[in-house]
Design a protein around this ligand. Structure first.
Ligand code: PLP
Length: 342
């Protein structure tokens, strides 16, 4: 059995989810007649303190649908340089949403408000309109920084002051809430629209929820349908999502403890391997330059010992903890890496 640390997306449906999927009461969701989808949408909206929610096929589709709903052709959106929406959605901002992305640097996951201000354009006849400020929480899928409600409020204030909307890609928002010990309502409070994934640490097989005002969600439903995201008896997938929200949020602290255990263990081998300070949620970035090894060599050597990791640069790898990884798996990985780098 492989110990798969590449991502928390490799998690598979729990026995409770499988049972719920089998027994789900369903209907045609495009006709608005699937009670299980409706239930998941209502539970999600209430959990985040938003007016409405819509079930989407994926986080990528949720992000792109949101941007389409919040912008007009040729608008500009400000996005972090390390974000999913900018780097890992196959250029959909340009190809589908017809907006221009203005990437901005971040410091431990946060934008500098002075730089954001500088990046917001004056309304002039030759300039694109700065329309949306995009946040991500946790920020950077190779780091997983949790962003505080205070920081989000500061960014939202800045955007709103300049007539812009704030969109939050909250793929791992429950990890952020756990790390900060805050309710997700606090992380949604100043945000106009957001999405979260059921498929990461929550281990459901598919789906994301897109949330915001009633008006926003109505528009998003229409765009979702245009993109081919309308699903018929989607209650079978919603049923797993309801179980995920009920049963999987409370255990994310285990993943965070395991990530920290991994970071400390690796720092004990060589303190150039990880920056413990940066490990706040379930993601550990390992830099092998200090031990003179490259990422391809390490990845290959670990694979022979049944451990999967993700190379993210010529000299660095990423390891993510999740429901399928135990404390013993972490210790085994640390000891295996110790032997490989010696
Ligand atoms: C996984 C992820 C997404 C996309 O979700 P998919 O369901 O894989 O399309 C978006 N943003 C972030 C930060 C993610 O980690």
């Amino acid at each position: 059995m492989y110990k798969d640390f590449r991502s928390d997306t490799v998690t598979q449906a729990t026995p409770d989810m499988r049972k719920a999927m089998l027994e789900a009461v369903v209907g045609d969701d495009i006709l608005g007649e699937d009670p299980t989808v409706k239930q998941l949408e209502e539970v999600s909206a209430a959990m985040f303190g938003k007016e409405a929610a819509v079930l989407m096929v994926s986080g990528t589709m949720a992000n792109q649908t949101a941007i389409m709903a919040l912008t007009q052709l040729g608008d500009e959106i400000i996005v972090g340089e390390e974000t999913h929406i900018y780097n890992l959605e196959v250029g959909a901002l340009a190809a589908l949403a017809s907006v221009q992305a203005r990437p901005i640097p971040s410091y431990s996951g946060c934008f500098d408000s002075k730089i954001v201000k500088k990046f917001i354009r004056n309304r002039e006849v030759q300039s694109p309109v700065s329309r949306v400020l995009c946040l991500e929480n946790t920020y950077d899928l190779n780091r997983g920084y949790p962003l505080s409600p205070a920081y989000q409020a500061e960014m939202a204030h800045l955007a709103h002051e300049n007539g812009m909307s704030v969109y939050l890609d909250g793929a791992r928002i429950f990890n952020a809430a756990e790390a900060l010990q805050v309710d997700v309502k606090q992380l949604a409070k100043d945000i106009d629209a957001l999405q979260f994934c059921l498929t990461k640490g929550l281990a459901a097989p598919f789906g994301s929820l897109l949330l915001g005002t009633k008006e926003f969600v109505e528009k998003a439903r229409w765009i979702k349908q245009r993109l081919g995201g309308g699903m018929r008896q989607a209650g079978h997938m919603a049923a797993a999502g309801i179980v995920a929200l009920k049963t999987m949020r409370g255990r994310l602290q285990e993943d965070h403890a395991n990530a920290l255990r991994m970071a400390k263990g690796l720092a004990g081998i060589n303190d150039g391997l990880v920056d413990i300070e940066q490990v706040k949620t379930n993601i550990v970035q390992i830099e092998f330059e200090s031990v003179g090894k490259d990422a391809a060599f390490i990845t290959e050597a670990l694979l022979k010992q049944q451990i999967k990791v993700k190379p993210i640069s010529p000299t660095a790898c990423r390891m993510i903890t999740h429901w399928g990884i135990t404390e013993q798996d972490v210790d085994f990985a640390i000891e295996t890496i110790r032997k490989i780098v010696k």
